[in-house]
Design a protein around this ligand. Structure first.
Ligand code: GLN
Length: 493
């Protein structure tokens, strides 16, 4: 068996038993990337020297008996918006070209301390803005199930690399679905933790009140093992929350007898592709079969989530991205006259179209004449959405719904109509607005053979409950074990 077919937990076990070394595991990932990544373009960069250094350090920790994490020695792909010390960290943007992180993000530092090995940076939508991973300065990522389709976004490189067996597991970021939606389009498992569960320190900010780092992996167990490592309060992130400590991997018992699963009527019907609907209904049937109780719900506030999200996310982005001015980091326009001209030219040449569109939109909703009409109103609606979810969680323990109304769209079909692309985020963005944990698990295929994803949500802090429900489902089904055929194809890209 190819070691890249193992789950992260299985690979960690073999490394602990000395069946292979941390360095051998890394070389396998690096080899797969070099041999096959031209098919998918999932990696932004793979700098082997720092990864080898990390693997050697991990092996030393293992040998000394200090690394006891289940993922000690396991290579972990890192989305290109997480700072990894001495490595290129560019948010797939020309404006950060050549930028090397001077420090580790807290999540990355915790990985290293646990003996896991940051291995390669994964391609993404520029600054995590998008749903397709097509806006990268490194070119679009392709879906391993169908090269003519997008892998989803913005953590499309992470999802594609896990699906294509080019990486074992990965860290992505989720501001409005960027872990869950690409996981769903690529047939892998992705988890967005409760807001505050994982420190955002060293995650290059998009929408700070919405961003969370989350794992993408083969299954729920791997996600739980990664979360065990990266979760926890951090003095470097004032928004991190000291949730009562939970050992997520240990908490998985697969028993969901009597678990109340809310089923929102708004999420099944018009606008949802028939095959997606059928797939998610079968998912519900399976949960019921293994002991859950289905509770019909109404969540009428969901229809406001997309406009509210795109006001708040762009407002925060316009402020967060102000720091990229050609003075401190990365790219600087070659020709300029005044300092103002330097800023303008650098930002016009350095940011792509989608990022510029969002900066403009965000600046507009924050401008003095429109602040109350848009930004303040959106904040009030965000509170309404939070209250609506809190109310719903009095009637159920988790909520089940599709991840996306469709399976992966064709390459090139989304960016021409950004509004349509934004609307397709309907099932993922409410979760970030309310700060909830959300899990995406593979639950079948459509008639074109593209993966379908089902989503499970919990109340803030109920990450373990959500993961356990997904685990129970994966114990009973094998959708998460399917792999795309013909991974070795190497056509023209
Ligand atoms: N598709 C959403 C957006 O474009 C979500 C992105 C994300 O979660 N980073 O903003």
């Amino acid at each position: 068996m190819d070691i890249l077919d193992l789950t992260a937990v299985e690979l960690g076990e073999r490394i602990r038993k000395r069946e292979l070394s941390a360095l051998e595991a890394l070389e396998a990932v690096y080899g797969a990337c070099r041999a096959r990544d031209r098919n998918w373009n999932a990696y932004a960069a793979f700098e082997i020297d720092p990864a080898r250094t990390a693997a050697q350090r991990a092996q030393a920790l293992l040998d000394s008996g200090e690394a006891v994490s289940p993922l000690a020695g396991v290579p972990v792909g890192i989305k290109d918006n997480l700072n990894v010390r001495n490595c290129l960290t560019t948010c797939a943007s020309k404006i950060l070209r050549g930028y090397r992180a001077p420090f580790d993000a807290t999540a990355v530092r915790k990985l290293k301390d646990a003996g896991a090995v940051p291995a390669g940076t994964l391609n993404m939508d520029e600054f995590a803005m998008g749903s397709t991973s097509e806006t990268s300065c490194y070119g679009p990522v392709r879906n391993p199930w169908d090269r003519e389709r997008v892998p989803g976004g913005s953590s499309g490189g992470a999802a594609a690399a896990v699906a294509a067996r080019e990486c074992v597991c990965a860290l992505g970021s989720d501001t409005g679905g960027s872990v869950r939606q690409p996981a769903s389009y690529c047939g892998v498992t992705g988890f967005k933790p409760s807001y505050g569960r994982v420190s955002r320190y060293g995650l290059i900010a998009y929408g700070s009140s919405l961003d969370q780092i989350g794992p993408l992996a083969r299954d729920v167990r791997d996600c739980a093992a990664l979360l065990d490592i990266i979760a926890g309060p951090d003095p470097m992130d004032a928004t991190s929350i000291p949730f009562p400590d939970t050992r997520f991997l240990d908490a998985l018992n697969g028993d969901i007898h009597g678990l109340r699963v809310g089923v929102p009527e708004e999420c099944f019907g018009d606008g949802v592709e028939q095959d997606v609907q059928t797939g998610v209904e079968a998912f519900l049937d399976e949960l019921k079969r293994v002991g859950a109780e289905l509770v019909p719900l109404r969540l009428p506030f969901l229809r406001y989530a997309v406009p509210v999200y795109y006001i708040l996310a762009t407002a925060e982005a316009s402020s967060n991205l102000a720091r990229f001015d050609g003075v401190k980091y990365g790219f600087r326009a070659e020709r300029y006259t005044t300092i103002e001209d330097l800023y303008t030219r650098t930002r016009s040449e350095g940011f792509g179209k989608e990022v510029q569109r969002r900066i403009l939109l965000g600046t507009f909703v924050l401008s003095s004449g429109y602040y109350d009409a848009y930004y303040n109103k959106a904040l009030k609606m965000k509170q309404m959405i939070m209250d609506g979810f809190a109310e719903a969680f009095r009637r159920c323990d988790v909520i089940a719904l599709p991840v996306s109304p469709t399976t992966a769209p064709a390459l090139g079909s989304s960016l021409s109509d950004p509004l349509k692309m934004y609307l397709s985020d309907i099932f993922t963005v409410p979760v970030n607005l309310a700060g909830l944990p959300g899990l995406s698990v593979p639950c079948g295929f459509d008639r074109r053979g593209l993966p379908i994803g089902a989503q499970l949500l919990g109340a803030s802090g109920a990450d373990a409950t959500v993961l356990n429900a997904g685990y129970a489902y994966q114990l009973a089904t094998d959708w998460h074990k399917r792999r795309p055929e013909g991974l070795e194809v190497s056509g023209n890209v």
